[in-house]
Design a protein around this ligand. Structure first.
Ligand code: AMP
Ligand code: GLY
Length: 424
């Protein structure tokens, strides 16, 4: 099987790592990829939303299977582009249709979907520039903290959680009337604050059948103890210790089953991942968001625990045959810790030489923002490398990742030293 993975982060290196392990892997491509994918695949320099360039790459290299990493090409309709093009129709693409991707592409659409299928989520209302004053009045009726969400994709920055009512009103105005997040904040969802602990559940579906993949918990803030600015994710753990059987049955019955049934009922073509962001409030799960792709760095702990051949799994998804596959999970715990460029998630420098990778033995190094320059591996992004470890329990795995991080260095390297702090 010739496979193309779209994207360039730690998530995509992890997909490449698992695909490369399959006995069915023939030629493997990553576009645009990073220095990690370059070691196990052929990198192709193209933009993941340039569908014409992707088509050329697929035809030139006889690609059979395309795995879409990030949300942008999905929200822009890459699935529909492939299914409506005669030359591409035979290619198996893992990712939802444009309509399915709206679950991530529009917070309002996602909330309406959840309401239709009585999926537990925070109470909400949505507003536009025309209803700004109504939005401010709605805020008056709520208790702090106030949760404001830009409707569209805002590169993970579109959610504001604010304690002060006057500031919340100002930010609502900034979003609706002054395009704080560009077109993404033409509509804003205001919702009830849910107080609890977060986790993520990943579901792989072919639109009819589904498999619940291992759970994961992501550490999103830049600072120790979950403080400071939001990032793409600074580390992750799988499985989530507090997501026990009783809780997961609630997740399955109240959230996963109605989500898949809803997709079917609305005839939405969905052959891909559903990443469900949850908050556990008391003993009950509530959905905070859907994403239509895998998470990053959650992928770096979820995929290494999947023992089933990843090409078999991806093919069954694209062919609508997930019911024919047995999902085998490694019982060990997986932990990943992200090494980032100093300054991230604000301004940071690139091009720093990374040393010590060869000294990392019993952890897996997944590259994120890296590139080759004059034969050396250098930093090329905010999140640089994820160090993943597997062990009999998560505490041992954490220890391993931290020991190996000490081997790694680049100028102004930073990582959180407290991944998993809230679990014991
Ligand atoms: P989202 O982009 O929807 O995942 O939101 C980003 C982050 O904001 C989430 O990971 C949560 O930490 C937080 N968040 C979003 N919605 C709520 C809510 N209703 N109550 C509490 N926290 C929330
Ligand atoms: N780590 C969060 C995300 O991928 O959205």
């Amino acid at each position: 099987m010739n496979t193309l993975i779209l994207g360039s982060g730690g998530r995509e290196h992890t997909f490449a790592y698992k695909i490369a392990q399959s006995h069915r892997c023939e030629n493997l491509y990553a576009a645009p990829g990073n220095a990690g994918t370059e070691e196990i695949a052929t990198n192709v320099a193209l933009n993941v939303t340039d569908f014409q360039a992707i088509k050329e790459c697929v035809l030139e290299n006889n690609i059979d299977l395309v795995i879409v990493g990030p949300e942008d090409p999905l929200v822009q309709g890459i699935y529909d582009f492939f299914t409506s093009d005669e030359a591409l129709q035979h290619v198996k693409l893992v990712g939802p249709s444009k309509e399915g991707a709206e679950l991530e592409g529009s917070k309002q659409r996602a909330k309406e979907f959840m309401q239709r299928y009585e999926i537990p989520t925070a109470a909400y209302q949505s507003f536009t520039a025309g209803t700004l004053e109504a939005g401010k009045s709605f805020l008056e009726t709520m208790n702090p903290p106030f949760v404001l969400k830009a409707d569209g994709l805002a590169a993970g920055k579109g959610v504001l959680i604010i304690d002060d009512i006057e500031e919340a009103k100002r930010e609502l105005e900034n979003m609706l009337a002054h395009s704080k997040f560009g077109a993404a904040s033409e509509k804003v969802v205001i919702e009830e604050f849910l107080d609890g602990i977060e986790l993520s559940v990943f579901v792989l579906t072919d639109g009819k059948n589904y498999k619940i993949l291992p759970t994961a918990k992501d550490y999103k803030r830049i600072g120790e103890g979950d403080t400071g600015l939001n990032t793409g994710g600074m580390g992750a753990i799988s499985p989530v210790p507090f997501a026990d059987e009783v809780f997961m049955k609630k997740v399955s019955d109240r959230i996963v089953v109605p989500t898949i049934q809803g997709l079917q009922e609305e005839s939405i073509d969905y052959k891909g991942f559903v990443f469900i962001g949850l908050i556990k409030v008391g003993d009950d799960p509530y959905v905070i968001e859907y994403n239509v792709r895998m998470g990053d760095p959650e992928t770096e702990v979820v995929l290494p625990r999947i023992k089933t051949d990843l090409i078999d799994l991806m093919e069954a998804t694209a062919d609508g045959k997930l019911n024919e596959i047995d999902l085998e999970i490694d019982n060990r715990a997986a932990v990943t810790v992200m090494a980032v460029s100093g300054g991230y998630p604000e301004a940071y420098e690139k091009g720093k030489v990374i040393s010590g990778i060869e000294r990392i033995g019993d952890s897996i190094v997944f590259h994120a923002g890296t590139a080759y320059k004059n034969g050396e591996i250098v930093t090329n992004g905010g999140r640089v490398m994820a160090i993943t470890s597997l062990d009999s329990d998560y505490k041992k795995a954490i220890k391993k990742s931290y020991q190996n991080l000490e081997e790694l260095s680049f100028d102004k390297m930073y990582y959180r030293t407290d991944i998993g702090f809230d679990l014991s």
